[in-house]
Design a protein around this ligand. Structure first.
Ligand code: ADP
Ligand code: GLC
Length: 499
């Protein structure tokens, strides 16, 4: 089987969030199952400067051998007449990564920028044009070269033009799967930009890309794909409701027969305390007590520096690694912080994103310098130290399609405290006082500071008063596996189903 995998992020080349981890994992694991995968990705500044750090401050991404331009593609098949020269040429740079045929599409005017999608809370204004041309260039290149794909697997709004391109413009026989990683981002643009999409304007209608007078790329992607999936079973159900549907619940309900939920997995070569290169002491389920202690000391030193006086070692460390966006539920968490501090909690935050949320956390850290430390940055190595050295990992997300960090946390014996939504609900088993043989975390359902606090309080009660139970929860957590091989089987049977 031949699969064309269309994505706007892929670890280790370019990443803002889980989409990058998942793009890498799906494509590499498909290859392990004998499937031939070609992955198309824009050649961003992140890739071109090779400054996406695989291993924090120590190693840089080495592309070896260096990328070479295979050919320069000239786009002719676009709707815009007189397309500017700076837009129509793409260098194609092929690279073999863990058996995956990666094709980078390089156009510096469009992609040689400081961020992937936008800066300072503002999306780049020409995002429709950028991703439309990326999709167009990818399909032009593969069809010019007569590559045949049984399946084209698209991801999120950035590649949601591909189903319509493939069917109506390139007339490809391939079947198309669209994976929705996050319904909160749909790629909505003013209708005047529809010519950028290089599609017949007839497709701008209620059964296509039109959405309350605007262009909605994800909607068109859903309409024209042969199947749609999202990244957990629960989220696949939630998005058909008004509460979680972001206005597309009706569209998704109509498509419910071709809508599936496939949970993400974890790359245990990357996220495993036994072999993790980023942490000061490796550990397993057999020696987690000493291992986690060394990692906690290291983590507290990284975050509290000189102020770290050893007294923090006995306190429960509750951590966050996240995009700091509204989705992640941090305002609710911030309301609960004073109470958590009163109970002796220590809070560690690593993240970037929305300025208001960043500033909110910075202020909290100024108010409680002994108990809260915040790093507003993106740092892969520190994120590993957090997974290993914390006692608890909190994800109070308003909604969470899958979530990866709660699954990483389990493997590191760091107990998740989560809002019971989407993938968080599917992956974490709440400890209710009676189920110590299976529980691995704490989960609350009402999305409020009060409910969150109840859950945190239960967690802290166990931490302070019942070390045996706490240690058993850690063991349960470390035993859990969310293997990609299982999810990949589900993707393959979905591919077979639509072929
Ligand atoms: P989302 O895709 O919504 O951001 P996920 O839980 O699926 O959420 O994935 C987030 C990924 O991004 C994880 O691999 C997480 O470790 C990583 N991440 C997010 N913010 C940071 C950061 N500031 N530093 C390092 N890694 C981060
Ligand atoms: C998203 C979701 C997250 C998911 C990730 C990868 O950005 O917010 O829950 O894990 O995509 O699928």
């Amino acid at each position: 089987m031949n699969v064309l995998f269309m994505t706007s992020e892929c670890f280790p080349f370019a990443k803002t969030g889980g989409l990058a981890d998942v793009s890498e994992a799906i494509s590499v694991n498909l290859v392990k199952k004998g499937i031939n995968v070609t992955l198309c990705l824009p050649y961003y500044k992140q890739v071109s400067h090779q400054n996406f750090r695989i291993a924090g401050k120590i190693e840089k991404l080495e592309i070896d051998p260096p990328l070479e331009c295979l050919k320069t593609l000239e786009l002719t098949n676009t709707a815009q007449k007189n397309i500017a020269n700076q837009l129509k040429f793409f260098d194609i740079l092929p690279y073999k990564y863990k058996g995956v045929n990666v094709l980078f599409f390089k156009n510096d005017f469009l992609f040689n920028r400081d961020a992937l999608y936008g800066l300072d809370d503002k999306d780049y204004k020409d995002n429709l044009l950028r991703f439309a041309l990326f999709c167009s260039a990818s399909l032009t290149f593969v069809t010019d070269n007569k590559f045949k794909f049984d399946i084209i697997h698209c991801n999120d709004w950035q590649t949601s033009l591909v189903p319509a391109f493939a069917k109506f413009k390139f007339k490809l026989p391939s079947k198309i799967l669209l994976t929705i990683h996050n319904l909160g981002y749909q790629g909505i643009f003013p209708k005047e930009q529809f010519s950028c999409a290089s599609l017949n304007s007839l497709l701008f209608n209620i059964d296509g890309f039109e959405y309350y007078g605007n262009i909605n790329l994800l909607k068109g992607g859903i309409e024209f794909s042969d199947a749609v999936n999202t990244v957990s079973r629960k989220y696949a159900e939630e998005i058909k409701t008004k509460e979680y549907g972001f206005g597309l619940d009706g569209v998704l309900e109509n498509k419910k027969d071709k809508l599936f939920g496939i949970l993400n997995g974890v790359d245990y070569d990357e996220w495993n305390p036994e072999i993790d290169k980023h942490i000061v002491k490796n550990y397993s389920i057999k020696n987690f007590k000493t291992g986690k202690k060394s990692c906690k000391k290291d983590l507290l030193t990284v975050f509290f520096g000189k102020q770290f006086d050893g007294a923090l070692m006995d306190k429960p460390v509750i951590s966050i690694v996240s995009r700091l966006e509204d989705q992640k539920g941090f305002p609710v968490f911030m309301d609960a912080i004073p109470e958590i501090i009163k109970r002796g909690g220590v809070i560690i935050v690593l993240g970037t994103g929305n300025k208001e949320i960043e500033n909110g956390f910075k202020k909290m850290a100024e108010t409680y310098p002994q108990n809260i430390s915040v790093k507003i940055m993106y740092d892969n190595q520190i994120s590993h130290k957090i997974e290993a050295g914390s006692d608890f990992f909190i994800m109070p997300s308003k909604y969470e399609p899958s979530g990866l960090n709660q699954m990483y946390s389990l493997k590191y014996g760091t107990i998740p405290i989560v809002h019971g939504t989407g993938g968080l609900d599917d992956t974490i088993i709440n400890f209710d006082g009676t189920n110590i043989n299976e529980a691995d975390g704490f989960k609350f359902y009402g999305f409020s500071a009060e409910e969150l606090l109840k859950s945190v309080n239960s967690a802290l009660d166990i931490y302070f008063n019942d070390k045996n139970t706490f240690n058993k929860l850690i063991e349960n957590a470390m035993e859990k596996d969310f293997l990609w091989s299982r999810s990949i089987e589900e993707y393959i049977s979905l591919y077979n189903k639509i072929q």
